[in-house]
Design a protein around this ligand. Structure first.
Ligand code: ZN
Ligand code: ZN
Length: 389
């Protein structure tokens, strides 16, 4: 399978560069979906478009047997690319800085490889929109796909994400939690505005924010069980307009990352407790909690299939154990609804600068794409043939 995937290198490179040049933001993946559809047509693979708004779902096999899904996300980020590559983004302010161009490409590679196989069962290819963002109703691409029955009837679902911390040619796999719950809080500390020279006539919310910030930064170190991973970052703090004016409120935006459901709830309650310091100081607060993606849990059985399959294709020295990272991923919804696991694919080439995901200079080693393509295709094929272990 790896040799067959390597033969696809020119096609994969061309597809990836086409998508990379034409990045589209979340739920706007119209041209990307059209390219996927056209490519699937050329392989003679039946598929449906407009699933989960702008997603594409393809089905390979006769449906009589086990069913597995393989998922790739298609959206880009609102970042201005500065790589200077000749295939750099042609869409101002938009960039494939998370490698989703390669994910989409590799799934087309999987389609090509599997179109040449007889399959009893079903391998369903899930080209998902909007992993990076949610729509007006707070739903991202995975949720919209699930609502449109894209994973209905599947026995398992697998996916991969590029990993620039890992050398090209290697993969990483982990049992259990791979990524975190990723929630957001928009908070407001409310005081009473006034003249900077007469603070006694007002209730200064900037003054109130100082102990609140200290309390927020004490949550993980003092109130969370030290054996439980958690992180809280105040990423935006905004208040005031001039040196001599006391504003009426201060805004704080926070990201909260955790693993289990208990800590997830606890840190939100602790943030509220910290915000309530404002009341003791004669002010008030507002708190708007936006629950984000749940933590991604790699089912150990499914992760084992990916691990064993990778070892067979790539040999043991190229299969590493991944660490938990406190990022978020909406594949977690699919992994929760079915049983699932995500593989990390090394894309950093030694001797090149190591740029991380969402960096305006992010790029990847394209020779990693046949590796990812082969592992996904082989794992899916072994699953429907009852050969996974
Ligand atoms: Zn991303
Ligand atoms: Zn991503």
């Amino acid at each position: 399978m790896l040799e067959r995937a390597k033969q696809l290198q020119p096609m994969l490179t061309e597809l990836r560069r086409t998508i990379h040049k034409n990045p589209e933001l979340s739920f706007e993946e119209h041209e990307t979906a059209a390219l996927v559809s056209k490519t699937l047509d050329s392989f003679g693979i039946k598929h449906k478009t407009g699933i989960g708004k702008t997603g594409v779902v393809a089905s390979i096999g006769n449906g009589k047997g086990p069913k597995i899904g393989v998922r790739a996300d298609m959206d880009a980020l609102p970042i201005t690319e500065i790589t200077g590559a000749d295939y750099a983004s042609q869409n101002d302010g938009k960039m494939h800085a998370c490698g989703h161009d390669s994910h989409t490409t590799m799934l087309m590679g999987v389609a090509k490889l599997l179109s040449e196989e007889n399959i009893d069962g079903e391998i369903r290819l899930l080209f998902q929109p909007s992993e990076e963002n949610s729509d007006d109703e707070g739903k991202s691409g995975a949720t919209r796909m699930i609502e449109d029955d894209a994973i209905k009837g599947l026995d398992a679902v697998i996916a991969l994400h590029v990993d620039p911390s890992l050398e090209s040619g290697k993969v990483g796999i982990k049992d259990g939690y791979l990524l975190a719950n990723a929630d957001t809080i928009f908070a407001k500390i409310k005081g009473k505005g006034g003249h900077g020279a007469a603070p006694h006539m007002s209730r200064d919310p900037i003054f109130m924010t100082a102990p609140i910030l200290t309390a927020i930064h004490g949550i993980v170190s003092r109130w969370v069980n030290p054996t439980e991973p958690a992180v809280i970052t105040v990423g935006r703090l905004s208040g005031g307009t001039a040196s001599n004016v006391i504003p009426s409120d201060v805004e704080l935006d926070l990201t909260l990352r955790s693993i289990g459901d208990d800590v997830r709830k606890q840190i939100v309650e602790e943030v509220e407790q910290a915000l309530s310091i404002s009341k003791a100081l004669g002010g008030d607060y507002e708190m708007d909690v936006r629950w984000g993606y749940p933590a991604l849990y790699n089912d150990p059985k499914v992760a084992g299939w990916l691990r064993n399959c990778s070892t067979d294709l790539l040999s043991a020295e190229n299969v590493t154990e991944s660490a938990l990272v406190m990022g978020g991923e909406d594949f977690s919804y699919m992994a929760k609804a079915s049983q699932g696991a995500m593989l990390r694919l090394g894309t950093w080439k030694e001797g090149t600068p190591q740029r991380f995901l969402h960096h305006p200079e992010f790029d990847l080693d394209e020779t990693a794409m046949p590796v990812g393509t082969a592992v996904l295709a082989e794992t899916a094929l072994r699953f429907v043939r009852g050969q996974v272990s």
